[in-house]
Ligand binder design. Structure first.
Ligand SMILES: Nc1ncnc2c1ncn2[C@@H]1O[C@H](COP(=O)(O)OP(=O)(O)O)[C@@H](O)[C@H]1O
Ligand SMILES: [Mg+2]
Length: 361
């Protein structure tokens, strides 16, 4: 049904009235005319007949008009009902469209939720993998570290009593190797169990200065400019000073290893808008990290520095930042440089903080 239907109904009822009138006229007039001419009547009788016939014709036409207008009323009622039904159908159609839209929206939402759930599941299984690895590493590290410390003290005793230069050199090499193993194991233990946080209020500006002063004279920082951009009025953060300075050291060492002389490394820190969080960035102008390597740099033991690196610097930093309730992200453009960003809550929930404003670096 469409908009033209009521008009068509009215036109139809007009036609109906016309045709019923014509039919009534034909029904009354034709037999009369036939009778009038076919039957031989004298003039007087014809006149009487004519006089009788005229009211009959008028009554017929009036009857036809009455039937026509009744039919018209009926049609108008039907048309009104049809219009109502049409409006109802249109309303139902609109409701159905709305319901369809809602259904599509719900389906999209559900698909998005399923995608997020899959992502969380993947993340969870990665964390579970790391947790299992960390437990394993912790056990192995303790098992290895204890006899290693015994070996180390024996080697140091042997070095003291040894006079032969060649033998001394060999013992020194053994001691250096054992110390390297011990350092790696300590890193592992730190990664697996960062330990309770010893919180104090830390002035980041001073911590960065101290870290720069400590590292500036190391050979790998030669020719590299160290820059500091700490937002004025940055609030002190409640954090474990040792862990925080170790994070900064690890990031600075990585940056220096990737940056050639003439490049620069910038540490910047500012408060995150509308959050009680501070974001620290360590940006370098070094070689950058290829896109296929980038997703793995936070994994423990992942290193591209064969024989030199332990692959624990970033993963331990990650563990430390997470134990403060922060997050760490690595962005890099190969050939242009790398930026490691990490966040730190200004206050630690439910923790007691020593009130000293001094940095315990
Ligand atoms: N600033 C950086 N520039 C380039 N590559 C980096 C940088 N920081 C980290 N990486 C990459 O991430 C890897 C893992 O770093 P890390 O966990 O500190 O271990 P390691 O330094 O012992 O290799 C490095 O081997 C290196 O490939
Ligand atoms: Mg490193």
């Amino acid at each position: 049904m469409n908009e033209a239907s009521p008009k068509r109904g009215q036109r139809f009822s007009g036609h109906l009235r016309l045709w019923t009138t014509v039919a009534a006229a034909v029904v009354f007039l034709v037999p009369f005319i036939l009778f009038f001419y076919a039957v031989e009547l004298d003039f007087g009788l014809r006149r009487v007949l004519l006089l009788c016939a005229l009211p009959c014709v008028a009554a017929g036409i009036a009857g036809a008009l009455a039937i026509g207008s009744y039919a018209q009323n009926y049609l108008e009622r039907v048309t009104a009902q049809m219009q109502k039904a049409l409006a109802l159908a249109q309303y139902r159609e609109r409701e159905r469209d709305l319901a369809q839209d809602e259904l599509v929206r719900r389906l999209q939402e559900e698909r998005e939720l399923t995608r997020q759930k899959m992502q969380f599941d993947l993340q969870l299984s990665a964390y579970e993998k790391y947790a299992a690895l960390a437990q394993l590493a912790l056990g192995a590290a303790h098992e290895i570290n204890n006899p290693l410390l015994g070996i180390l003290s024996h080697l140091e005793l042997a070095l003291k009593s040894e006079t032969d230069a060649e033998a001394r050199e060999e013992i020194e090499q053994c001691i250096a190797g054992a110390k390297r193993i011990s350092a790696t194991l300590s890193g592992l233990i730190n990664y697996a169990r960062p330990g309770p946080l010893l919180l104090s209020k830390i002035n980041l500006d001073r911590l960065v200065d101290e870290t720069f002063n400590f590292l500036r004279h190391q050979p790998m920082f030669r020719g590299i400019e160290l820059r500091k951009q700490i937002a004025p009025g940055l609030p002190a953060v409640s954090a474990d000073a040792n862990q925080l300075s170790q994070v900064l050291m690890n990031l600075l060492l990585n940056a220096a290893e990737a940056t050639a002389a003439g490049g620069n490394i910038t540490i910047s820190a500012e408060k995150v808008k509308f959050a009680e969080t501070i974001e620290v960035r360590v940006a370098d102008t070094g070689c950058g990290i290829p896109a296929d390597i980038l997703p793995h740099v936070l994994e423990p033991f992942f290193t591209t520095k064969r024989g030199r690196g332990t692959g624990l610097g970033l993963s331990i930093s990650h563990a430390y930042v997470r134990s403060h309730g922060g997050e760490i992200h690595v962005d890099s453009i190969p050939g242009s440089g790398t930026t490691v960003r990490f966040t730190l809550p200004i206050r630690q929930q439910g923790a007691t903080v020593s009130e000293e404003a001094e940095v315990v670096a």
